[in-house]
Design a protein around this ligand. Sequence first.
Ligand code: SF4
Length: 440
Amino acid sequence: MNMSPPTIGFVSLGCPKNLVDSERILTELRTQGYQVVPSYDNADLVIVNTCGFIDSAVQESLEAIGEALNENGKVIVTGCLGAKEDQIRTVHPKVLEISGPHSYEAVLSHVNKYAPKPEYNPFTSLVPSQGVKLTPKHYAYLKISEGCNHRCTFCIIPSLRGDMVSRPIGNVLDEAKRLADSGVKELLVIAQDTSAYGIDIKNRTNFWNGTPLKTDIQTLCEQLANLGIWVRLHYMYPYPSVDNLIPLMADGKILPYLDVPLQHASPAVLKSMKRPGTIERTLERIHKWREICPDITLRSTFIVGYPGETEQDFELLLDFLSQAQLDRVGCFPYSPIEGAEANKLADQIPEAIKQERFDRFMQLQQKISTQKLQAKIGKTLAVIIDEVDEEGAIGRSMADAPEIDGVVYLNEENQVKVGDIVQVNIEHSDEYDLWGTVKR
Ligand code: SF4
């Protein structure tokens, strides 16, 4: 009997949604007895889980495949770029197998084909009950649905990942409970359109621990609130139903944080992007949310220089930013994505104008962010610790999601541990980050 398990090299690229797919593949590999190794040279096979969203991500994915082929030679590819098999084969004809996003079964069968499953599995007892996690131990992404029913013209996600398919609520809650039991302190709820959770299955009732539960985002949040850990919502469309979540935030049941990608404020641009809703209604909604939950942190992302965006459209966007006073904002100059409908639109904006609008946008938002953070000086905030070293610790307040928002620096602090949630007196701020001292 061959006792040494086959070894697999693995690289995961792209967004948190792809990271969750990688976690699932790695969990299955470990369950089947494969050993996942950190380098390519002594692996029996390498899996590259790719991103194909924007051109730079396609480039990065193709380079990662090239690197794996050079260093190992036996490479299988999965993930978003996998949906464009021809593009991969043109550059890298020697790739063994290609599958698209969330094709867990195909990936496993490709692995089994080129590196047969071990007869003896020494790792069965070593697979954590919450699955393999690629995030630090104290936070985890909870993906509640796959795919998307929208057809935004700048996006190719629906063609890569298909229409929305929601996970049964009982299944999501099982995973959340396992994560909380394993020591996770913060859950980041994600999907392509999180607020639409359950719509594809007509909010079907599903049982969890014998209790009938409706599959919708409100019921899910109410149940997640019972876990007693931080619950943060990402990628929420501002549907009217989102209003029902704000009291849960005001009551401290889920984090007072809402990530709502708005993309633009001009009606003409939003229409051209095929984004639903009007900005007046969004503004009304924002004011209402702040009345119910004054501490709410609102995060959004925007695209500037979209085809056909006039100076007047752009000024509408700046007006909206001034009025909405969002706490955290990401901005991207429009960049065409291969296969996106927006590429066919007339009036593509010259790069210099895109850059100029991006700079003006960021200048305004920096001022807003600086003022918002200044207002936190003198307050005491709960902070979750992400890193500790000899110089001190770095954490995040409830207003900061990992990777995308600011941080709280705790200089010369060495008594805290990663994953601790501590009370911090805020003493200093700049455009994006805070500094403070642990309250003792
Ligand atoms: S909501 Fe729009 S941008 Fe987001 S994944 Fe769906 S189609 Fe793409």
